[in-house]
Design a protein around this ligand. Sequence first.
Ligand code: HEC
Length: 170
Amino acid sequence: MPSEKEYLEKEHLLKNFSLFITIVKTMLFIICGALLYVGFGDKFDFDFQKQAIKQSRYANSQSSFDEEDWDKVENGIHVASGLVYVDNFDIIRANCTACHSGKLVAQNRSTREGWKQMIRWMQETQGLWDLGKNEPIILDYLAKYYAPEEVGRRANIDMAEVEWYILELD
Ligand code: HEC
């Protein structure tokens, strides 16, 4: 028969042993976790801000123009920019829709000289670059499709063509 003292000593030893096992288990758990993180951490996206940006980008790409709409032309108008579509439209798109909507261009009308002044103004104050050899192409385009409209003004009467009659009063 073990004495009570022996029994207590054994129990104490057992307790210590189970504590030791718990510590080892915990350490193993942590080491495994660390190894998993090192091995596969990059597969998970822990950066929630980045995730949010990705998601909003996705949402934006869904709501805004799809690839095919980018070049869509309806009734001679390039839909995405609202500008008249021509053969060398890429020159216009690259230079005139970079900072503002093409609709701002389409709303305006002017002579070739007026357009040139607008371009100079943007170059001097808004950081528009030198258009180089594209400038005459762009000016031709603007002067042709966005020329001033004579709204509400009738053509001059050709006096020679008018058939005059005598107003008879009794
Ligand atoms: C570097 C940027 C930039 C580029 C590129 C650019 N613009 Fe602008 N443009 C501006 C800014 C800024 C304004 C002022 C916008 C505002 O007032 O809200 C402006 C205004 C305009 C306006 C309105 C002017 C007015 O009096 O209201 C027209 C028209 C215009 N741009 C035409 C063009 C054309 C045509 C091109 C291509 C040759 C072009 N823009 C390229 C920056 C640019």
